[in-house]
Write a protein that binds this ligand. Structure first.
Ligand code: MD6
Ligand code: FE
Length: 215
């Protein structure tokens, strides 16, 4: 179900960045090929699109989802839906390999039994950024979020619980995983503008997956 890489890699030990935020460098490299195939299949069914913000702007990050629930933004606000508003069909199922990666990463960080019901897929073209925000449209803040970075490098901003807290900056590379939950679940965070670069698997783009328990 989940093709491991040809050359097995040593198990990653999570680096603890704060009380409940963990960095697992390269954790997703062990099944990068399966992951990229799974993502491509999902995007054939529910293509990436630029959503509208409630304020009427077009988001520069292109998004789609898989899982029972998908995160959407439009003039009415931010929320999770069971149907893809672009296709009027349910969001594609969460591929087992993707779910397994998220569940295993969460467990390594002390969040046993994490069962995501939503995976937001973000595509950043060069110059694209994600401004500081909190993830707070989910029902259950006791579940962590597992974030997987693929493709070109990004600089992630890890803020505090107040918007005014000065964010730390950390580089995220292809295969890196960040897990946060508990008291860090509502930390502000964002992504600085992506620099022009090339990655052999994704070209100039960065793909980020965030697995959530939304419902
Ligand atoms: C990104 N990530 O890395 C955007 N949210 O492209 C997020 O917004 C995010 O990485 C919650 C937890 C981890 C994340
Ligand atoms: Fe977020």
């Amino acid at each position: 179900m989940c093709t491991k890489d040809l050359f097995s890699r040593p198990a990653t030990t999570p680096h603890r960045l704060s009380e409940a935020t963990f960095y697992l460098p390269g954790f997703a490299l062990r099944n990068e090929a399966s992951l990229l195939i799974d993502i491509a299949r999902v995007l054939e069914q529910s293509p990436l699109r630029h959503m509208q913000t409630p304020g009427g702007f077009t988001m520069s990050v292109a998004m789609s989802n898989c899982g029972e629930l998908g995160w959407v933004s439009d003039r009415k606000g931010y929320r999770y839906t069971t149907m893809d508003p672009l296709t009027n069909a349910p969001w594609p199922a969460l591929p087992p390999c993707m779910q397994q990666l998220a569940t295993e990463a969460a467990a390594l960080c002390g969040f046993a039994g994490f069962m995501p019901d939503a995976c937001l897929i973000n595509r950043y073209a060069p110059g694209t950024r994600m401004s500081l925000h909190q993830d707070k449209n989910e029902q259950d803040f006791s579940a962590p979020i597992v974030s997987v970075s693929l493709g070109v490098d990004a600089v992630f901003q890890l803020g505090g619980l107040q918007r005014s807290d000065k964010p730390l900056r950390m580089g995220l590379q292809h295969g890196d995983v960040v897990v946060w939950g508990g008291e860090d679940r509502l930390r502000f965070h964002g992504v600085l503008p992506i620099k022009p670069q090339q990655h052999p698997l994704t070209g100039a783009d960065r793909i980020n997956l965030t697995f959530r328990k939304a419902g």
